[in-house]
Design a protein. Structure first.
Length: 262
């Protein structure tokens, strides 16, 4: 567990509202010792205060504390050694709200396939100077992440969630903020869809599609408007029609019986 000294420092940090780094790791040895001897000094050297969830002593559920620390942290550090399920759950929360995370592990086998494309620190404990080297690498990685947080995002297309400080004055919760953003994006997509011309597609034209697109068309993954957006109608000779209008073939003119041909 965290040392009493770390707890006292954490309380002081809370009063000063200093920027902090949230550490995700198993709560057992040897990781408890690693946190006090390696992680905490490395984080302080980068200009942040270290936080671990077992340092928080207050009423409320632990998951709420985890969420608030994940949202409020400038950067997170995740110890993946041993594939601890709690660590990966908290890491998923951080990635979902676009928080930069420094990944640390003793073995590449503990890094899932979905995370292997991200930068991570691999360390061993055989070298006599391993703890000093790890501390230096942690400080360097955190400092670089603070300079360019986007480079450490697992989902760079996800926008960061608003913190409590950002929301002062409007009273919106995280859920309300996310719902408003989602509604705005859906409204934009609806307007874009309505702006597209309605296209009638002759089944014979689908033969010109690449095999993968024909398969996706058959599964219903997109419709005529999707083909229009892909820019395929120039090659497929589109036949635009007006929506809401039934096209009626003109009636054949019958010869007038009283009219004689000359």
């Amino acid at each position: 567990m965290a040392t009493k000294k770390a707890v006292r420092q954490n309380k002081k940090v809370g009063k000063k509202e200093q920027k902090f780094c949230f550490v995700l790791m198993p709560f057992k040895e040897p990781f408890d010792s690693y946190y006090g001897r390696i992680y905490a000094p490395a984080i302080r050297a980068s200009g942040l205060e270290p936080r671990r969830i077992d340092e928080v002593f207050r009423a409320g559920t632990i998951i709420k504390d985890i969420w608030e620390h994940t949202v409020g942290a400038e950067v997170l550090v995740a110890e993946l050694t041993g594939r601890n399920p709690n660590v990966f759950y908290e890491l998923g929360l951080a990635h979902a709200i676009a928080k930069p995370v420094v990944l640390v592990t003793q073995s590449l086998e503990d890094v899932p396939f979905d995370l292997k494309h991200l930068r991570h620190i691999v360390y061993g404990t055989i070298d006599a100077e391993w703890s000093r080297k790890l501390q230096g690498e942690l400080t360097k990685a955190i400092t670089e992440t603070l300079k360019d947080p986007a480079a450490s995002l697992a989902l760079p297309w996800v926008g960061p969630i608003a913190t409590q400080k950002d929301r002062e004055g409007n009273g919106d919760s995280e859920v309300v903020t996310l719902l408003k953003a989602l509604d705005s994006k859906m409204d934009y997509m609806r307007r874009q869809t309505y702006a597209l011309p309605r296209i009638a597609v002759d089944p014979a034209m689908l033969r010109d599609l690449p095999p993968d697109l024909r398969y996706r068309w058959a599964r219903g993954e997109f419709g005529p408007e999707g083909l229009y957006q892909l820019g395929l109608f120039d090659e497929m000779r589109p036949r635009p029609v007006r929506t809401g209008v039934t096209q009626v073939k003109p009636k054949e003119q019958r010869p007038n019986p009283g009219h004689k041909k000359h």
